[in-house]
Design a protein around this ligand. Sequence first.
Ligand SMILES: Nc1nc2c(c(=O)[nH]1)N[C@H]1C(S)=C(S)[C@@H](COP(=O)(O)OP(=O)(O)OC[C@H]3O[C@@H](n4cnc5c(N)ncnc54)[C@H](O)[C@@H]3O)O[C@H]1N2
Ligand code: MOO
Length: 403
Amino acid sequence: MPTSPGTDAHPHTTAPGVPADLPWHRAHRLAATLPVPLPAERVPLDRAHGRTLAEPAVSAALLPGTDTAAMDGYAIAGPAPWRITGRVLAGHPATDVTAMAPGTAVEIATGAPVPPGAGAVLPIELCLVEGDTVRPSETGPGRTHIRYTGEDLTPGRLLAPAGARVTATLTGLAAHAGLDELTVRRSPRVRLIATGDEVIGSGVPAPGQVRDALTPLLTALLAGTGATLAGAAHVPDRAELLAESLTGTDWDVAVVTGSSSVGRADHLHGVLTRAGARWHVDGVACRPGHPQALARLGTGQWVVGLPGNPYAALVGAVTLLRPLLDALQGRTRPAPLRLPVAGKVHPYDGGTRLVPVHLTGGHATAIQGARPASLLSAGTADALAVIPADWTPGAPADLLPVQ
Ligand SMILES: Nc1nc2c(c(=O)[nH]1)N[C@H]1C(S)=C(S)[C@@H](COP(=O)(O)OP(=O)(O)OC[C@H]3O[C@@H](n4cnc5c(N)ncnc54)[C@H](O)[C@@H]3O)O[C@H]1N2
Ligand code: MOO
Protein backbone atom coordinates (compact mmCIF):
# COMPACT_ATOMS: atom_id res chain seq x y z
CA MET A 1 0.00 0.00 0.00
CA PRO A 2 1.20 3.58 -0.49
CA THR A 3 2.68 5.36 2.51
CA SER A 4 3.74 8.96 2.94
CA PRO A 5 7.11 9.84 1.40
CA GLY A 6 10.07 9.52 3.74
CA THR A 7 13.81 9.53 3.71
CA ASP A 8 14.15 5.84 4.46
CA ALA A 9 15.58 3.55 1.81
CA HIS A 10 13.10 1.91 -0.50
CA PRO A 11 12.46 -1.49 1.11
CA HIS A 12 12.34 -3.57 -2.05
CA THR A 13 15.28 -5.67 -3.06
CA THR A 14 14.87 -8.25 -5.76
CA ALA A 15 15.56 -11.82 -4.75
CA PRO A 16 19.12 -12.77 -5.56
CA GLY A 17 19.56 -15.46 -8.20
CA VAL A 18 15.88 -16.00 -8.94
CA PRO A 19 14.41 -15.07 -12.31
CA ALA A 20 11.61 -12.52 -11.98
CA ASP A 21 8.27 -13.72 -13.25
CA LEU A 22 8.79 -17.45 -13.44
CA PRO A 23 6.38 -19.21 -15.84
CA TRP A 24 3.26 -20.23 -13.88
CA HIS A 25 3.70 -24.00 -14.38
CA ARG A 26 7.33 -23.82 -13.29
CA ALA A 27 6.46 -21.94 -10.10
CA HIS A 28 3.59 -24.34 -9.37
CA ARG A 29 5.87 -27.35 -9.90
CA LEU A 30 8.68 -25.91 -7.76
CA ALA A 31 6.29 -25.52 -4.82
CA ALA A 32 5.17 -29.12 -5.35
CA THR A 33 8.64 -30.63 -5.58
CA LEU A 34 11.05 -28.63 -3.39
CA PRO A 35 9.86 -29.59 0.12
CA VAL A 36 10.97 -32.71 1.93
CA PRO A 37 7.94 -34.32 3.63
CA LEU A 38 7.55 -33.69 7.37
CA PRO A 39 8.16 -36.61 9.76
CA ALA A 40 5.59 -39.39 10.20
CA GLU A 41 3.49 -39.97 13.31
CA ARG A 42 0.90 -42.54 14.43
CA VAL A 43 -2.47 -41.01 15.20
CA PRO A 44 -5.77 -42.49 16.32
CA LEU A 45 -8.34 -42.86 13.56
CA ASP A 46 -10.47 -40.00 14.82
CA ARG A 47 -7.53 -37.62 14.31
CA ALA A 48 -6.45 -38.95 10.93
CA HIS A 49 -9.13 -37.44 8.70
CA GLY A 50 -7.66 -34.99 6.18
CA ARG A 51 -4.08 -36.07 6.87
CA THR A 52 -1.81 -37.94 4.44
CA LEU A 53 -0.64 -41.53 4.83
CA ALA A 54 3.11 -41.78 5.43
CA GLU A 55 2.91 -45.57 5.21
CA PRO A 56 0.45 -47.76 3.35
CA ALA A 57 -2.72 -48.59 5.29
CA VAL A 58 -2.98 -52.37 5.45
CA SER A 59 -5.85 -54.50 6.69
CA ALA A 60 -5.46 -56.22 10.07
CA ALA A 61 -8.69 -58.17 9.65
CA LEU A 62 -10.08 -61.12 7.75
CA LEU A 63 -13.48 -59.98 6.45
CA PRO A 64 -15.80 -61.64 6.79
CA GLY A 65 -14.08 -63.65 9.45
CA THR A 66 -16.38 -66.57 8.74
CA ASP A 67 -19.01 -67.43 6.10
CA THR A 68 -21.77 -64.92 6.84
CA ALA A 69 -25.42 -64.49 5.88
CA ALA A 70 -26.06 -61.59 3.46
CA MET A 71 -29.85 -61.75 3.98
CA ASP A 72 -32.37 -62.32 6.76
CA GLY A 73 -33.97 -65.74 6.14
CA TYR A 74 -33.06 -69.39 6.56
CA ALA A 75 -29.71 -71.12 6.13
CA ILE A 76 -30.54 -74.33 4.28
CA ALA A 77 -28.75 -77.63 3.78
CA GLY A 78 -29.57 -80.11 1.00
CA PRO A 79 -32.79 -80.18 -1.06
CA ALA A 80 -36.21 -78.79 0.09
CA PRO A 81 -38.25 -79.11 2.20
CA TRP A 82 -36.18 -78.26 5.26
CA ARG A 83 -36.96 -78.88 8.93
CA ILE A 84 -36.19 -75.83 11.09
CA THR A 85 -33.74 -76.84 13.81
CA GLY A 86 -32.54 -73.57 15.33
CA ARG A 87 -31.74 -69.88 15.05
CA VAL A 88 -28.59 -67.80 14.69
CA LEU A 89 -28.42 -64.01 15.10
CA ALA A 90 -25.54 -61.65 14.35
CA GLY A 91 -23.26 -61.28 17.36
CA HIS A 92 -24.76 -64.28 19.15
CA PRO A 93 -23.74 -67.90 19.21
CA ALA A 94 -25.99 -70.24 17.23
CA THR A 95 -28.59 -71.97 19.38
CA ASP A 96 -28.66 -75.73 19.01
CA VAL A 97 -26.71 -75.53 15.75
CA THR A 98 -23.35 -77.04 14.98
CA ALA A 99 -23.03 -78.63 11.54
CA MET A 100 -26.27 -78.73 9.56
CA ALA A 101 -27.56 -82.02 8.20
CA PRO A 102 -29.18 -82.18 4.72
CA GLY A 103 -32.91 -81.39 4.89
CA THR A 104 -32.56 -78.92 7.78
CA ALA A 105 -32.85 -75.13 8.01
CA VAL A 106 -31.74 -72.59 10.59
CA GLU A 107 -33.34 -69.19 10.93
CA ILE A 108 -30.57 -66.66 10.33
CA ALA A 109 -30.03 -62.89 10.47
CA THR A 110 -27.97 -60.76 8.10
CA GLY A 111 -24.39 -60.72 9.36
CA ALA A 112 -24.72 -63.94 11.40
CA PRO A 113 -22.26 -66.81 10.85
CA VAL A 114 -23.58 -69.42 8.45
CA PRO A 115 -23.37 -72.85 10.14
CA PRO A 116 -21.12 -75.45 8.50
CA GLY A 117 -23.06 -77.63 6.07
CA ALA A 118 -25.37 -74.82 4.83
CA GLY A 119 -25.35 -74.40 1.04
CA ALA A 120 -27.26 -71.12 0.86
CA VAL A 121 -29.35 -68.57 2.71
CA LEU A 122 -32.91 -68.29 1.45
CA PRO A 123 -34.22 -64.72 1.94
CA ILE A 124 -37.32 -64.56 4.14
CA GLU A 125 -39.36 -63.12 1.23
CA LEU A 126 -38.78 -66.39 -0.67
CA CYS A 127 -39.67 -68.72 2.24
CA LEU A 128 -42.95 -70.52 2.81
CA VAL A 129 -42.97 -71.48 6.49
CA GLU A 130 -45.50 -73.97 7.88
CA GLY A 131 -44.97 -75.11 11.44
CA ASP A 132 -41.38 -76.25 11.72
CA THR A 133 -40.92 -76.69 7.96
CA VAL A 134 -39.73 -74.22 5.35
CA ARG A 135 -39.75 -74.53 1.55
CA PRO A 136 -39.00 -72.05 -1.29
CA SER A 137 -41.79 -69.97 -2.84
CA GLU A 138 -39.88 -69.92 -6.14
CA THR A 139 -37.98 -72.64 -7.88
CA GLY A 140 -34.76 -72.39 -9.82
CA PRO A 141 -31.22 -71.61 -8.78
CA GLY A 142 -30.73 -68.37 -6.95
CA ARG A 143 -27.73 -66.72 -5.35
CA THR A 144 -26.36 -68.30 -2.22
CA HIS A 145 -26.61 -65.02 -0.26
CA ILE A 146 -23.49 -66.04 1.64
CA ARG A 147 -20.50 -63.71 2.03
CA TYR A 148 -17.61 -66.14 2.07
CA THR A 149 -14.70 -65.98 4.52
CA GLY A 150 -12.11 -63.39 3.42
CA GLU A 151 -13.91 -62.38 0.22
CA ASP A 152 -13.76 -58.71 1.26
CA LEU A 153 -10.43 -58.36 3.09
CA THR A 154 -7.56 -60.53 4.22
CA PRO A 155 -4.85 -59.47 6.72
CA GLY A 156 -2.11 -57.59 4.87
CA ARG A 157 -4.38 -56.46 2.03
CA LEU A 158 -3.53 -52.89 0.90
CA LEU A 159 -6.27 -50.40 1.74
CA ALA A 160 -4.51 -47.26 0.47
CA PRO A 161 -0.90 -46.45 -0.46
CA ALA A 162 1.45 -43.95 1.20
CA GLY A 163 0.66 -40.48 -0.12
CA ALA A 164 -3.12 -41.01 -0.07
CA ARG A 165 -5.27 -38.47 1.71
CA VAL A 166 -7.25 -39.90 4.61
CA THR A 167 -10.80 -39.35 3.46
CA ALA A 168 -13.97 -40.04 5.43
CA THR A 169 -14.33 -43.26 3.45
CA LEU A 170 -10.77 -44.39 4.14
CA THR A 171 -11.33 -43.70 7.85
CA GLY A 172 -14.35 -46.03 7.77
CA LEU A 173 -12.48 -48.64 5.75
CA ALA A 174 -9.55 -48.57 8.19
CA ALA A 175 -11.90 -49.13 11.11
CA HIS A 176 -13.68 -51.91 9.24
CA ALA A 177 -10.29 -53.50 8.63
CA GLY A 178 -9.52 -53.54 12.35
CA LEU A 179 -7.13 -50.56 12.56
CA ASP A 180 -7.11 -48.15 15.51
CA GLU A 181 -4.33 -45.88 14.25
CA LEU A 182 -2.80 -44.73 10.97
CA THR A 183 0.72 -43.54 10.20
CA VAL A 184 0.41 -40.08 8.69
CA ARG A 185 2.67 -37.11 8.01
CA ARG A 186 2.83 -34.45 10.66
CA SER A 187 0.39 -31.69 9.86
CA PRO A 188 2.15 -28.58 8.48
CA ARG A 189 1.67 -25.73 10.99
CA VAL A 190 0.77 -22.58 9.09
CA ARG A 191 1.07 -19.06 10.48
CA LEU A 192 -0.96 -16.39 8.70
CA ILE A 193 0.46 -12.88 8.72
CA ALA A 194 -1.75 -10.18 7.23
CA THR A 195 0.20 -6.95 6.75
CA GLY A 196 -1.10 -3.46 6.14
CA ASP A 197 -1.77 -0.33 8.20
CA GLU A 198 -5.13 -0.01 6.43
CA VAL A 199 -6.24 -3.57 7.22
CA ILE A 200 -8.85 -4.04 9.97
CA GLY A 201 -10.00 -7.32 11.49
CA SER A 202 -13.72 -6.78 11.96
CA GLY A 203 -16.64 -4.55 11.10
CA VAL A 204 -17.29 -2.25 8.17
CA PRO A 205 -14.17 -0.44 6.92
CA ALA A 206 -14.09 3.36 7.01
CA PRO A 207 -12.81 5.14 3.87
CA GLY A 208 -9.11 4.34 3.57
CA GLN A 209 -9.48 1.11 5.52
CA VAL A 210 -9.95 -2.39 4.15
CA ARG A 211 -11.41 -5.36 5.93
CA ASP A 212 -9.02 -8.32 6.12
CA ALA A 213 -10.49 -10.78 3.63
CA LEU A 214 -7.41 -12.98 3.49
CA THR A 215 -7.14 -14.37 7.00
CA PRO A 216 -10.68 -15.80 6.79
CA LEU A 217 -10.18 -16.97 3.19
CA LEU A 218 -6.87 -18.71 3.93
CA THR A 219 -8.11 -20.19 7.22
CA ALA A 220 -11.00 -21.78 5.31
CA LEU A 221 -8.73 -22.97 2.49
CA LEU A 222 -6.35 -24.57 5.01
CA ALA A 223 -9.17 -26.63 6.49
CA GLY A 224 -9.19 -28.95 3.47
CA THR A 225 -5.43 -29.33 3.13
CA GLY A 226 -4.43 -31.32 6.22
CA ALA A 227 -2.55 -28.29 7.55
CA THR A 228 -3.07 -26.77 10.99
CA LEU A 229 -3.47 -23.07 11.68
CA ALA A 230 -0.58 -22.01 13.94
CA GLY A 231 -1.71 -18.50 14.70
CA ALA A 232 -2.96 -15.56 12.68
CA ALA A 233 -1.43 -12.13 13.19
CA HIS A 234 -2.07 -8.68 11.82
CA VAL A 235 1.20 -6.78 11.38
CA PRO A 236 1.44 -3.07 10.59
CA ASP A 237 3.64 -1.94 7.67
CA ARG A 238 6.92 -1.93 9.58
CA ALA A 239 9.84 -4.10 8.55
CA GLU A 240 10.97 -4.87 12.10
CA LEU A 241 7.48 -6.06 13.08
CA LEU A 242 7.27 -8.28 10.00
CA ALA A 243 10.73 -9.68 10.79
CA GLU A 244 9.63 -10.38 14.36
CA SER A 245 6.48 -12.17 13.16
CA LEU A 246 8.68 -14.55 11.21
CA THR A 247 10.57 -15.77 14.29
CA GLY A 248 9.73 -18.73 16.53
CA THR A 249 9.72 -22.45 15.87
CA ASP A 250 6.03 -23.25 16.30
CA TRP A 251 5.30 -23.04 12.56
CA ASP A 252 6.45 -24.69 9.34
CA VAL A 253 4.95 -22.28 6.80
CA ALA A 254 4.27 -18.56 7.15
CA VAL A 255 1.91 -16.95 4.68
CA VAL A 256 2.50 -13.21 4.46
CA THR A 257 -0.16 -11.21 2.64
CA GLY A 258 -0.02 -7.65 1.37
CA SER A 259 3.72 -7.15 1.43
CA SER A 260 5.02 -8.84 -1.68
CA SER A 261 5.04 -6.05 -4.24
CA VAL A 262 7.54 -3.25 -4.77
CA GLY A 263 6.00 -0.39 -2.78
CA ARG A 264 7.55 1.42 0.16
CA ALA A 265 5.45 -0.55 2.60
CA ASP A 266 6.14 -3.92 0.98
CA HIS A 267 8.81 -5.21 3.32
CA LEU A 268 8.84 -8.93 2.59
CA HIS A 269 11.76 -8.86 0.17
CA GLY A 270 14.00 -6.88 2.46
CA VAL A 271 13.08 -8.84 5.57
CA LEU A 272 13.64 -12.22 3.95
CA THR A 273 16.84 -11.24 2.23
CA ARG A 274 18.26 -9.78 5.47
CA ALA A 275 17.26 -13.00 7.24
CA GLY A 276 19.38 -14.92 4.72
CA ALA A 277 16.40 -16.71 3.24
CA ARG A 278 16.87 -18.74 0.09
CA TRP A 279 14.53 -17.50 -2.61
CA HIS A 280 12.80 -19.94 -4.95
CA VAL A 281 10.05 -17.83 -6.50
CA ASP A 282 9.97 -14.05 -6.77
CA GLY A 283 7.12 -13.16 -9.10
CA VAL A 284 5.11 -15.40 -11.40
CA ALA A 285 4.22 -14.67 -15.02
CA CYS A 286 0.48 -14.79 -14.44
CA ARG A 287 -2.46 -12.43 -14.11
CA PRO A 288 -3.63 -11.67 -11.59
CA GLY A 289 -1.30 -12.47 -8.74
CA HIS A 290 2.13 -11.92 -10.22
CA PRO A 291 3.73 -10.60 -6.98
CA GLN A 292 3.99 -14.02 -5.32
CA ALA A 293 7.00 -15.29 -3.45
CA LEU A 294 8.35 -18.55 -2.09
CA ALA A 295 11.43 -18.64 0.10
CA ARG A 296 12.98 -20.87 2.74
CA LEU A 297 14.63 -19.64 5.92
CA GLY A 298 17.84 -21.18 7.23
CA THR A 299 15.69 -23.02 9.80
CA GLY A 300 13.94 -24.92 6.99
CA GLN A 301 10.73 -22.93 7.54
CA TRP A 302 8.91 -21.83 4.40
CA VAL A 303 7.56 -18.38 3.66
CA VAL A 304 4.89 -17.82 1.03
CA GLY A 305 4.26 -14.22 0.00
CA LEU A 306 0.82 -13.50 -1.41
CA PRO A 307 -0.42 -10.26 -2.97
CA GLY A 308 -2.74 -8.12 -0.89
CA ASN A 309 -5.39 -7.92 -3.58
CA PRO A 310 -7.77 -10.68 -2.51
CA TYR A 311 -8.41 -12.41 -5.84
CA ALA A 312 -4.70 -12.18 -6.65
CA ALA A 313 -3.99 -13.77 -3.25
CA LEU A 314 -6.36 -16.64 -4.03
CA VAL A 315 -4.43 -17.22 -7.26
CA GLY A 316 -1.20 -17.29 -5.25
CA ALA A 317 -2.70 -19.71 -2.73
CA VAL A 318 -3.54 -22.27 -5.43
CA THR A 319 -0.29 -21.63 -7.30
CA LEU A 320 2.21 -21.91 -4.43
CA LEU A 321 0.61 -22.57 -1.05
CA ARG A 322 -1.52 -25.60 -1.82
CA PRO A 323 1.17 -27.58 -3.67
CA LEU A 324 3.66 -26.68 -0.93
CA LEU A 325 1.34 -28.05 1.77
CA ASP A 326 0.73 -31.20 -0.29
CA ALA A 327 4.47 -31.73 -0.73
CA LEU A 328 5.19 -31.22 2.99
CA GLN A 329 2.74 -34.04 3.63
CA GLY A 330 4.11 -36.28 0.85
CA ARG A 331 0.63 -36.19 -0.64
CA THR A 332 0.14 -37.70 -4.07
CA ARG A 333 -1.35 -35.00 -6.27
CA PRO A 334 -3.79 -36.29 -8.86
CA ALA A 335 -3.57 -34.73 -12.32
CA PRO A 336 -5.87 -31.71 -12.33
CA LEU A 337 -9.35 -31.95 -13.74
CA ARG A 338 -9.24 -30.73 -17.36
CA LEU A 339 -12.38 -29.58 -19.12
CA PRO A 340 -13.39 -27.29 -22.00
CA VAL A 341 -13.92 -23.73 -20.80
CA ALA A 342 -16.94 -21.86 -22.18
CA GLY A 343 -17.49 -18.12 -21.99
CA LYS A 344 -15.40 -15.08 -22.72
CA VAL A 345 -11.79 -15.28 -21.52
CA HIS A 346 -8.91 -12.98 -22.43
CA PRO A 347 -5.65 -14.92 -22.33
CA TYR A 348 -2.65 -13.04 -20.96
CA ASP A 349 0.02 -12.57 -23.65
CA GLY A 350 2.82 -12.59 -21.10
CA GLY A 351 1.97 -15.96 -19.54
CA THR A 352 -0.99 -17.51 -17.74
CA ARG A 353 -4.36 -16.12 -16.76
CA LEU A 354 -6.34 -17.63 -13.90
CA VAL A 355 -10.07 -17.35 -14.35
CA PRO A 356 -12.81 -18.31 -11.86
CA VAL A 357 -15.22 -20.90 -13.30
CA HIS A 358 -18.40 -22.73 -12.47
CA LEU A 359 -18.36 -26.48 -13.15
CA THR A 360 -21.58 -27.86 -14.59
CA GLY A 361 -22.53 -30.67 -16.94
CA GLY A 362 -19.01 -31.70 -17.94
CA HIS A 363 -17.65 -28.28 -18.75
CA ALA A 364 -16.38 -25.15 -17.08
CA THR A 365 -17.94 -21.74 -17.60
CA ALA A 366 -15.85 -18.64 -17.03
CA ILE A 367 -17.35 -16.23 -14.51
CA GLN A 368 -17.13 -12.75 -15.96
CA GLY A 369 -15.73 -9.63 -14.36
CA ALA A 370 -12.91 -11.07 -12.24
CA ARG A 371 -10.64 -8.27 -10.95
CA PRO A 372 -7.55 -8.61 -8.75
CA ALA A 373 -8.94 -6.50 -5.90
CA SER A 374 -12.38 -8.16 -5.81
CA LEU A 375 -13.58 -11.60 -4.75
CA LEU A 376 -17.05 -10.99 -6.19
CA SER A 377 -16.60 -13.18 -9.29
CA ALA A 378 -14.62 -15.85 -7.46
CA GLY A 379 -17.09 -15.88 -4.55
CA THR A 380 -19.22 -18.67 -6.05
CA ALA A 381 -16.49 -20.28 -8.18
CA ASP A 382 -15.86 -24.01 -8.06
CA ALA A 383 -12.37 -23.77 -9.51
CA LEU A 384 -9.79 -21.53 -11.18
CA ALA A 385 -9.08 -22.35 -14.83
CA VAL A 386 -5.41 -22.14 -15.81
CA ILE A 387 -5.53 -20.40 -19.19
CA PRO A 388 -2.32 -20.45 -21.28
CA ALA A 389 -1.37 -17.51 -23.54
CA ASP A 390 -2.23 -19.50 -26.69
CA TRP A 391 -5.63 -20.70 -25.42
CA THR A 392 -8.43 -20.62 -28.01
CA PRO A 393 -12.14 -20.19 -27.13
CA GLY A 394 -13.75 -23.41 -25.91
CA ALA A 395 -10.42 -25.26 -25.55
CA PRO A 396 -9.83 -27.34 -22.40
CA ALA A 397 -7.89 -25.99 -19.43
CA ASP A 398 -6.62 -27.38 -16.12
CA LEU A 399 -8.96 -26.63 -13.22
CA LEU A 400 -7.81 -26.07 -9.66
CA PRO A 401 -10.58 -26.40 -7.04
CA VAL A 402 -11.16 -23.47 -4.70
CA GLN A 403 -14.07 -24.38 -2.42
N1 LIG B 1 4.73 -0.37 -9.03
C1 LIG B 1 4.06 -1.50 -8.90
N2 LIG B 1 2.99 -1.55 -8.12
C2 LIG B 1 2.29 -2.66 -8.00
C3 LIG B 1 2.63 -3.80 -8.74
C4 LIG B 1 3.78 -3.77 -9.55
O1 LIG B 1 4.17 -4.74 -10.21
N3 LIG B 1 4.46 -2.59 -9.60
N4 LIG B 1 1.86 -4.92 -8.65
C5 LIG B 1 0.47 -4.70 -8.31
C6 LIG B 1 -0.19 -5.92 -8.03
S1 LIG B 1 -0.49 -6.89 -9.40
C7 LIG B 1 -0.63 -6.29 -6.81
S2 LIG B 1 -1.54 -7.70 -6.59
C8 LIG B 1 -0.33 -5.52 -5.62
C9 LIG B 1 0.22 -6.41 -4.54
O2 LIG B 1 0.75 -5.63 -3.56
P1 LIG B 1 1.08 -6.13 -2.10
O3 LIG B 1 1.08 -7.61 -2.02
O4 LIG B 1 2.32 -5.47 -1.71
O5 LIG B 1 -0.14 -5.65 -1.27
P2 LIG B 1 -0.58 -4.17 -0.84
O6 LIG B 1 0.03 -3.18 -1.74
O7 LIG B 1 -0.37 -4.02 0.60
O8 LIG B 1 -2.14 -4.30 -1.10
C10 LIG B 1 -2.73 -4.38 -2.35
C11 LIG B 1 -4.22 -4.15 -2.15
O9 LIG B 1 -4.75 -5.19 -1.36
C12 LIG B 1 -5.40 -4.70 -0.20
N5 LIG B 1 -5.18 -5.66 0.89
C13 LIG B 1 -4.04 -5.89 1.52
N6 LIG B 1 -4.22 -6.86 2.45
C14 LIG B 1 -5.50 -7.20 2.43
C15 LIG B 1 -6.30 -8.13 3.14
N7 LIG B 1 -5.76 -8.89 4.13
N8 LIG B 1 -7.61 -8.24 2.84
C16 LIG B 1 -8.15 -7.46 1.87
N9 LIG B 1 -7.43 -6.57 1.12
C17 LIG B 1 -6.14 -6.44 1.41
C18 LIG B 1 -4.71 -3.39 0.03
O10 LIG B 1 -5.47 -2.52 0.82
C19 LIG B 1 -4.50 -2.89 -1.36
O11 LIG B 1 -5.66 -2.29 -1.85
O12 LIG B 1 0.59 -4.52 -5.91
C20 LIG B 1 0.30 -3.77 -7.10
N10 LIG B 1 1.18 -2.68 -7.19
O1 MOO C 1 -1.58 -9.63 -8.66
MO1 MOO C 1 -2.25 -8.11 -9.02
O2 MOO C 1 -3.68 -8.51 -8.31
O3 MOO C 1 -2.56 -8.71 -10.71
O4 MOO C 1 -3.24 -6.66 -9.31
